[in-house]
Design a protein around this ligand. Structure first.
Ligand SMILES: [Mn+2]
Length: 301
């Protein structure tokens, strides 16, 4: 039984009329899972921090001249309780909830938690959208077969995805920390990787954003590790890496997706690890989620 959290304590702090599960087009899943974090801790607190920060986000979006939350309805589901479940068992809980929501025709947003969790919503969306592409925002390519002896490490999430998903339909952006094996894997398996350094030196031509979106099919699932952002705007994440993307870069990519008539069919936002006293990063993530929803519904479907 899927339960929503109380009105006004949900994403954007909205009343039941606009946030009950039956009438809402959008559902927000909370997966506060943290088991393999290797450096900074706290990703399990990410979903709650994003929800609370969203209370400061305006309903109205000037770019779209509308209040999406009241047009579509956004249901916030109670956080998944993992108990002592880890690895495949934990992922199964997330997979089940996301699948159930997709089967009821909801647009699903999943909030992590460490990046490990993304395998579950990616798998669930892939069942419903067999032609989808994946766009991964990340500082790390996450393609290590194992990390610290775990196949379920946050550093191995995309390696797990590559076991069931066509690698040439994966596009990565913001990458700036990886091992040589990952670099080889990318070349051998034709993953479309837009390195931060490549963006800086013009390796992808004059309009790298257009080139990036050209690599994607018409249905796009986005997995957004917030460490893709520069640490100057996103210090509150497990492994912040210098020379990252700006918030503006992310929006420009979403805009280009819409301009090319492509659709965002679902997404997750992971790896926010809040630090007491730093609020702007939580708000950035909350704004990111609502902005991505606005782009996802830019074409009425
Ligand atoms: Mn990652």
């Amino acid at each position: 039984m899927i339960k929503t959290i109380k009105e006004f304590e949900n994403f954007l702090s909205i009343e039941d009329k606009y946030s009950n599960l039956i009438d809402s087009t959008i559902a927000i899943v909370q997966a506060p899972y943290e088991h393999t974090v290797s450096y900074g801790e706290g990703a399990m607190l990410g979903p709650k921090a994003i929800i609370e920060a969203s209370w400061q986000v305006e309903f109205y979006d000037e770019e779209f001249d509308r209040e999406l939350c009241f047009e579509k309805g956004i249901a916030t589901i109670e956080p998944i309780e993992f108990g002592d479940k880890i690895d495949a068992d934990a992922l199964q809980l997330i997979y089940q909830q996301v699948s159930d929501l997709l089967n009821s025709n909801k647009f699903v947003v999943t909030l992590g938690g460490e990046h490990t969790i993304s395998t579950a919503p990616i798998q669930a969306h892939y069942v419903k959208y067999p032609d989808m592409s994946i766009l991964q925002f990340d500082a790390h390519s996450d393609l290590r077969d194992t990390y610290q002896d775990s196949k379920y490490s946050h550093a191995s999430i995309m390696a797990r995805v590559c076991e069931f998903f066509p690698t040439n339909k994966i596009t990565q952006v913001g990458i700036r920390a990886q091992c040589i094996e990952e670099s080889k894997f990318i070349k051998e398996h034709q993953i479309n990787t837009f390195y931060a350094s490549g963006i800086r030196i013009g390796k992808y031509g004059q309009n790298w954003i257009k080139e990036l979106v050209n690599t994607l099919g018409s249905e796009i699932y986005i997995t957004f590790d917030v460490d893709a952002f520069d640490p100057s705007i996103m210090p509150t994440t497990g492994t912040p890496e210098p020379d990252g993307l700006s918030y503006r870069n992310a929006l420009e990519i979403f805009r280009e997706i819409c301009n090319q008539g492509k659709k965002i069919i679902g997404f997750d936002v992971v790896e926010l690890a809040p630090i007491e006293g730093i609020n702007h990063t939580n708000l950035t993530c909350a704004r990111l989620v609502y902005k991505m929803l606005n782009y996802a519904f830019s074409i009425n479907k």
